[in-house]
Design a protein around this ligand. Structure first.
Ligand SMILES: NC(=O)C1=CN([C@@H]2O[C@H](COP(=O)(O)OP(=O)(O)OC[C@H]3O[C@@H](n4cnc5c(N)ncnc54)[C@H](OP(=O)(O)O)[C@@H]3O)[C@@H](O)[C@H]2O)C=CC1
Ligand SMILES: O=C(O)CCC(=O)C(=O)O
Length: 525
């Protein structure tokens, strides 16, 4: 499919009139055709007006229609074939297996949400039938369902150009909830965004949905993104990116006359706890696995294992030796954008320049567009004294913090900001020590995992890809997995509303065949 560099506004595709986003080949820095002129404020207004006009129709689509729509998007994405894969590789510098894997994850995610919509428990139907004879007062008939919150603004993420971008988890969960979506494309992969956007636009048309169900806007600056968050027709925001970007959007959303939630997934350094028994048994093996996780995707994962906590000893020495050797052998890797490469280089230089931090290993030097791996080490008292040491280095770099004993490890965890994940490496004899730390870890992170690393989030029902601030703006939820739909739903209760006036979801005959709780008890079906 030929790229046209057009904004997709409802059923229309039109070139913008503002400064253009230039697509750039991540590996070489060369400009790619076409350019993507930015949307005007008029385009933004039209996209939001269409989204609002679509809302009441789209949110009341029956489960089969909405699930079929999500599946049609998945099919259309696959139909874009190699054109999508090659363009995405060129724009991001990510290798083919990664992009193909990410496409499968994106399509699988859309299909998972189709299943969620068909299954119906996200509507959360509750019925408390009237008790007219109750004394001293009768109870009214109460029926609850959850409805979509309204049009959602989604910011595509740079580092997952498919799974966290135009048709990624935020879009899939918002559409599954019944919310029209307006996406602000990430300037790092505009061609990928257009191809995926057209796949969604085509599905809107083939499923007979209102055109405002989906729009995609490009912008070389920040006025469209900021305007979207401020627009009174937008009811919620999904974002993955920097803490600075996420908090700027949170401030705009909070300052609106009607504030709205921003679900921002931001920085995380994902502590890895190496317990003594595990280190003694397999320090070198863990070191190799750690290096592989750290360098995945040039380290550009928010789940990247950036902080390692361990007690000194021969096990830690073996870990450092193996991780160091693997990282010294690791080739430099193309980073997503010149800005991300520069930010990474500066973060590594700051760490290397710290008087009380030593560099354990450095990967091979690369081109100007590439990042090289690094591993640093320090002691827990240094880490505790300097908050800058827990800032994310977005790339393949980690910091090992030597903790004199388990109490020192606890002190470091107490001091940490909110995180997406914590990984514990354990042997059976470490279980008691790990058990002691679990309550603290539960307070700090969204996902606790054992004998693995957090990179590569499973898209599943029991997944939490979230965590307390600043890992995310709202630790009560997740941006990956079926629970992500909850962000875009709100409950409405209907009291003594006649059956003929009730939405189908709540009618006595249950025409949508939804799971229901009657008087608090799941109905037998
Ligand atoms: N932890 C994580 O998961 C991730 C962290 N990052 C971090 O973010 C850095 C930059 O990467 P990037 O992906 O571009 O993330 P950004 O947060 O800079 O940008 C993400 C998106 O939000 C927009 N945006 C950012 N700030 C604002 C604002 N104030 N007003 C309106 N729109 C805004 C950007 O537009 P525009 O580009 O025009 O500014 C872009 O579309 C990385 O170096 C890394 O440190 C990045 C990706 C994931
Ligand atoms: O590790 C993953 O699969 C997802 C990582 C992620 O959410 C991110 O880097 O933004």
């Amino acid at each position: 499919m030929t790229l046209r560099g057009e904004n997709l506004i409802g059923a229309e595709a039109r070139r913008g009139t503002e400064a253009a986003v230039r697509a750039v080949a991540a590996a070489t820095g060369e400009s790619l055709e076409p350019d993507f002129p930015g949307a005007s404020l008029g385009d933004l207004d039209r996209a939001c007006a269409l989204a609002e006009a679509a809302f009441d129709t789209y949110r009341e689509t029956d489960p089969e229609t909405r699930a079929g729509f999500l599946e049609a998007i998945a099919a259309n994405i696959l139909e874009t074939g190699d054109a999508l894969v090659t363009r995405c590789m060129e724009e991001t510098g990510l290798p083919r297996p990664r992009i193909e894997g990410e496409r499968a994850r994106t399509v699988g995610q859309l299909r998972l949400f189709a299943d969620v919509v068909r299954e119906g428990s996200s509507v959360a139907v509750r019925i408390d039938p009237a008790l007219p004879d109750r004394k001293p007062l009768p109870r009214p008939d109460l029926r609850l369902r959850r409805i979509a919150v309204g049009p959602v603004a989604v910011f595509g993420a740079s580092n997952f150009p498919l799974a966290f971008s135009v048709a990624g988890g935020d879009t899939a969960s918002a559409l599954a909830a019944g919310c029209p979506v307006v996406v602000k494309a990430h300037p790092a992969h505009p061609g990928t965004s257009e191809l995926v956007g057209r796949a969604i636009q085509k599905a809107v048309a083939s499923c007979g949905l209102p055109e405002g169900t989906f729009s995609l806007l490009f912008d070389a600056g920040q006025s469209i993104g900021q305007g979207l968050v401020a627009d009174p027709r937008i009811a919620a925001v999904g974002f993955t990116g920097s803490r600075r970007g996420g908090t700027a959007l949170m401030a705009i959303a909070a300052a609106r006359p009607v504030p709205i939630p921003v679900y921002a997934e931001m920085s995380s350094i994902n502590p890895v706890l190496l317990f003594p028994g595990a280190l003694a048994a397999r320090g070198a093996e863990i070191g190799q696995a750690f290096a592989a996780s750290l360098t995945l995707g040039a380290g550009q994962f928010c789940t990247n294992p950036g902080l390692i906590l361990a007690l000194p000893g021969p096990g830690l020495d073996a870990f450092l030796e193996a991780a160091g050797a693997a990282l010294r052998d690791s080739p430099a890797a193309t980073m997503l954008t010149p800005g991300i490469q520069r930010a990474y280089r500066e973060a590594v230089a700051r760490m290397a320049g710290h008087a009380a931090v030593t560099r354990i290993a450095e990967g091979a030097e690369g081109r100007v567009t590439q990042g090289r791996a690094s591993l640093f080490a320090t002691d827990s008292d240094v880490f505790l004294a300097d908050p800058a040491l827990q800032e994310e280095m977005f790339g393949a770099s980690g910091l090992v913090v030597r903790c004199a004993d388990l109490a020192a490890m606890r002190a470091v965890l107490e001091h940490l900001e909110g995180q997406l994940t914590a990984a514990l490496h354990l042997a059976p004899e470490d279980h008691a020590a790990a058990r002691d730390l679990l309550p603290l870890l539960e307070r700090r992170v969204g996902r606790i995992l054992v004998n693995g690393f957090g990179t590569g989030v499973e898209v599943a029902h029991a997944m939490v890809h979230g965590g307390p601030y600043p890992a995310t703006s709202d630790g009560r939820t997740t941006s990956v997995g079926s629970l992500a739909i909850d962000r875009f739903l709100r409950p409405v209760s209907y009291q003594d509303v006649p059956d003929a006036l009730l939405p189908a979801a709540l009618q006595a005959a249950n025409p949508l065949d939804l799971p229901r709780r009657i008087d608090g008890v799941p109905e037998r079906r």
